[in-house]
Design a protein around this ligand. Structure first.
Ligand SMILES: [Zn+2]
Length: 122
């Protein structure tokens, strides 16, 4: 697994908190013997994946796939309204991708109101 894929798929991180660049193929592990540290290629920001432990964070889950049906025909329409790709939405639904910031913002745009209705910690 590439460093950028680990950040995105396991921890839901798609950009650097320091320089706000998107994490891509140039995002690397600090070195081969230390795969806990991932380094931003643009600014050198380091993520320590031990701090990103899923257990510590809890898993953020969404009910949006149960609640969208009164408003949208299907997930593709929902995704378009949220400003994310349908593939992204399907992966979250299937549990292959975690809920991330972009997804949450999308839900807030489409369903303004109480986030508690749409998200919960597992
Ligand atoms: Zn950076």
């Amino acid at each position: 697994m590439k460093a950028c894929e680990e950040l995105r798929d396991i921890y839901g991180i798609e950009d650097c908190p320091e320089c706000h660049c998107a994490t891509g193929d140039d995002t690397e592990y600090k070195d081969f013997s230390n795969k806990y540290i991932v380094v931003c290629a643009q600014c050198g920001h380091e993520w320590d994946t031990r701090d990103l432990d899923e257990v510590k964070m809890g898993k953020l889950k969404t009910r949006v796939f149960d609640l969208y049906k009164g408003k949208f025909k299907n997930i593709t329409e929902l995704a378009k309204a949220m400003g994310i790709s349908p593939g992204h939405a399907y992966k979250v639904q299937q549990g292959k991708r975690r809920v991330n910031q972009k997804f949450i913002i999308g839900v807030m745009k489409v369903f303004p109101g109480c986030l508690d209705d749409y998200f919960y910690i597992d």
